[in-house]
Design a protein around this ligand. Structure first.
Ligand SMILES: [Zn+2]
Length: 198
């Protein structure tokens, strides 16, 4: 089953607090609106997900998830983003490919960017504000990179030294982690198999 491309001209991610645009996507280009410049994301760290060992091994063999934070320059509230990255094949964690495509934001342009609208049936979908997926083809892999903007506020998510699951555990960390764990088959397992059929 291949995923359908949703035609759109402009897709805008809005601050969950004040609805000011924080990121605009036009065709295959991302743009940070003038008011939010220079960055729409300030910090982030690996999101620990509580899964049975077999699932966790599968997840980390194909990608991983991070929790990112940005600060809206209109209302000065923080907003949180799950970044979920999945490759269609197992990736060697010591490779340059892993660093360039799973950990870092790829430098090359995606081949496709699509808003995701069909997530309302997922468990705990009420934490999601907006969502889009970028697709990259690189070194024989297909990589899906999901950006999931959450509508959760959490004043305690950032520790003394920025975003860190060690210092900020609880609140948004737990909710983001639960969202992935509770929807693991749909978000991770089935998708890895599906994009091999695409
Ligand atoms: Zn705002």
């Amino acid at each position: 089953m291949s995923e359908k491309k949703t035609p759109f001209e402009l897709y805008t991610l809005l601050c969950p607090e004040c609805e000011s645009p924080v990121l605009e996507i036009r065709d295959l280009e991302f743009a940070v609106p003038e008011k939010q410049k220079p960055y729409w994301i300030d910090d982030g760290d690996t999101l620990p997900v509580n899964l049975p060992k077999e699932d966790l091994d599968f997840f980390y063999a194909h990608g991983g998830a991070s929790l990112l934070v940005g600060n809206c320059k209109s209302c000065h509230e923080d907003y949180f983003v799950i970044e979920l990255v999945l490759a269609n094949k197992e990736v060697d964690r010591n490779s340059a490919f892993y660093r360039d495509y799973i950990i870092d934001e790829p430098e090359d342009d995606p081949v496709e960017i699509s808003p995701i609208f069909a997530y309302q049936d997922l468990d705990k979908s009420y934490i999601v504000s907006s969502w889009f997926r970028s697709v990259y083809y690189a070194e024989g892999h297909i990589v899906h990179r999901d950006i999931i903007l959450l509508n959760i506020s959490d004043d305690d998510a950032k520790g003394e030294f920025g975003m860190s699951a060690c210092t900020g555990l609880g609140g948004v960390w737990d909710k983001a982690s639960e969202f992935i764990a509770n929807n693991f088959d749909i978000l991770v397992k089935n998708r890895v198999f599906e994009h091999n059929l695409a």
